[in-house]
Design a protein around this ligand. Sequence first.
Ligand SMILES: Cc1cc2nc3c(=O)[nH]c(=O)nc-3n(C[C@H](O)[C@H](O)[C@H](O)COP(=O)(O)OP(=O)(O)OC[C@H]3O[C@@H](n4cnc5c(N)ncnc54)[C@H](O)[C@@H]3O)c2cc1C
Length: 385
Amino acid sequence: MKRIVVLGGGSAGVMFSNRMRREFSRDELELIVIEKSEKHFYQPAFTLVVFNLEDPKKLIRPTRSLFFDGIKVIIDEATQIKPNENKVVTAKNGEYSYDYLVIATGGRLVFDEPSGLKEGIGVAKNVFTFYNYDGAIKLRDAFADFDGGTVVSSVCEMPIKCPAAPMKFILMAEDTARKKGIRDKCRFVFTTPMPAVFSREPYASKLTSLFSERGIETVPNFTPSEVDHVNGTISDYGGKKVNFDLISVTPPHEGSSLLEASEGIGDAANWVRCDKHKMISLGFPNIYSLGDATDFPTSKTASGIRKQAKVLVDIFKAVLKSEKPTATYDGEIICPILTRYKRVMFAHFNYEEAISPAIESYANWVLKVHMLMPMYWNLMLNGLL
Ligand SMILES: Cc1cc2nc3c(=O)[nH]c(=O)nc-3n(C[C@H](O)[C@H](O)[C@H](O)COP(=O)(O)OP(=O)(O)OC[C@H]3O[C@@H](n4cnc5c(N)ncnc54)[C@H](O)[C@@H]3O)c2cc1C
């Protein structure tokens, strides 16, 4: 019997493992998941929490409860992969050997840079991030009390999870100010290290015109070097400075620090180096990866993982029979962009092309705000969608 060890029990680890358990019986395949957290968060709803569109308590479930019977879930931290010995070292339970390893350890938020970010968020009066659970709740509370001034959404570096999320924040913040009748007392600014608000057409043009119609300023090519919460300024390496009364910062992301201790698997930022179609490690023939952990040149989203999990199971259906896999991942992701109350635009594309038009609609809003989370818990994680 073969053994697959899966590192990480986030969206990617759960979707992949449950699909595998459905395909292969316990007599055929042993599945072990190593996950360090007892709790699983539905991160795509962090944005909804900020605008009071979702109850934060509904975003958390116990990690173990998400896995099918017959999957051994070990709550522990993987501290090193020894790819030449086919072993994983853990913090508490010693070593696990594997025939195949699947790395699904996601991304890590790094608050050490820009300077002053950690201190600013610690003070939590004018500097926030909604990229984690507590941060989303704090930003919700601060924004509810906001009665005028400059609101900034600042992206530090790419890649990040759901690259549209910082834009969703500034668009929804601007619309909320209109609804509260304080729009004329506010200024809205979006800073990005990229040359434009979004990288893919036709969504980039649509977002650029929405920003300009609604008076949201964009500061492109802005890589923050310092956040000064005392004076309310964010500066970049080129000497530009933007003032704020309330700022939401999307911190730099890196792959899991596990990759740093595991030679030959990750790149300089600890993303797993792998073939963007075949999902296999570039260094080792029995290591695969999916989800945010990878260096796939597409957006890091749960929607992409849904597709990747299906493809990786198809790859294993061939590999476990010693056949050559033919299934490939085409980079498809769907990102719902909240553009204002009751309107969402889907950015839907793959490595090669855009799949959906750049249209805001109420139907998309209903899907994103009311349906996607129940679909995630009941269908996507179970591998039914
Ligand atoms: C604000 C925000 C908005 C978003 N909006 C959307 C959206 O609208 N649509 C969408 O599709 N996606 C969205 N996403 C992205 C989506 O949530 C992620 O792409 C997805 O959750 C990533 O899943 P993952 O399993 O790859 O990584 P993670 O969810 O990060 O899971 C990785 C797991 O690995 C574990 N782990 C890490 N290192 C170790 C170790 N050494 N040992 C053991 N366990 C380890 C972690 O504890 C974690 O549970 C959003 C994300 C954010 C933050």
